[in-house]
Design a protein around this ligand. Structure first.
Ligand SMILES: C[S@@+](CC[C@H](N)C(=O)[O-])C[C@H]1O[C@@H](n2cnc3c(N)ncnc32)[C@H](O)[C@@H]1O
Length: 207
């Protein structure tokens, strides 16, 4: 899918549906928060949520005192809805409207979080572009926390074909610079009570 088509798709989704009308809605991003704590992040750790959309992760990070939070997404509408929810606190966040595969990172981060964005990259060139940005933007010693549909998960999300991963296949895709340090299987329950199997892997940027 071309970048413009992708953007049009996501703009249309976020302009037509309310926050809790999308399959990926999570009232409480508990697993992400647990893994962010587990890798030793502190309030001073710069963190970026890739494809963060309208997720409530940002609210929770601010509540925990995180001082350097960035949310990147293709959809301006999604980010505007997160900003509206946060009110004055939106000013404490760095918002980036960009396609991660063409984005030029201007700083580095200790934590790269991605829940259900990477799995939309079904084209090899796009995956390579994503990994190049991950290498550039994640500090050596920093951690990438990447959730995708698992090998036994759905084949589509938001009407689009996705790639399913296990921790090993995700690790092979990211390459040798990223050491797998943990992974969790997770069943996400959609707002209409369907179950979706996710894997959430944690990688350390080792070289
Ligand atoms: C399934 S939603 C997940 C949203 C959020 N991470 C969450 O957990 O609620 C996927 C998100 O990735 C964004 N996205 C998809 N492809 C992207 C890309 N190439 N670059 C940046 N964002 C992208 C979409 O706009 C959407 O907000």
């Amino acid at each position: 899918m071309q970048s413009e088509d992708r953007q049009a798709h996501w703009e249309s989704v976020y302009s037509k549906k309310r926050e809790n009308e999308v399959s990926w809605f999570e009232e409480n991003p508990a697993l992400s928060l647990e893994l962010i704590a587990q890798v030793g992040a502190t309030a001073a750790s710069p963190i970026i949520d890739i494809g963060g959309g309208a997720s409530r992760l940002v609210d929770n990070l601010l509540q925990r005192g995180f001082e350097h939070v960035t949310v990147l997404d293709l959809s301006e509408t999604a980010l505007e809805s997160a900003k509206a929810r946060l009110g004055r606190n939106a000013g404490r966040v760095h918002w980036i409207v960009a396609d991660v595969t063409t984005w030029q990172p201007l700083q580095t981060y200790e934590i790269w979080h991605d829940r259900a964005a990477f799995h939309f990259l079904t084209n090899e060139d796009d995956r390579m572009a994503y990994v190049a940005r991950l290498r550039q933007a994640l500090r050596i010693g920093g951690h990438a926390i990447i959730s995708t549909f698992a090998l036994d998960g759905p084949e589509r999300c938001s009407g689009l074909q996705i790639m399913r991963y296990g921790p090993a296949s995700l690790g092979r895709t990211l390459g040798r610079e990223f050491e797998l340090v943990g992974s969790r299987q997770h069943v996400h329950v959609t707002p209409w009570r369907a179950e979706q199997s996710f894997q959430c892997s944690v990688f350390r940027h080792c070289s």
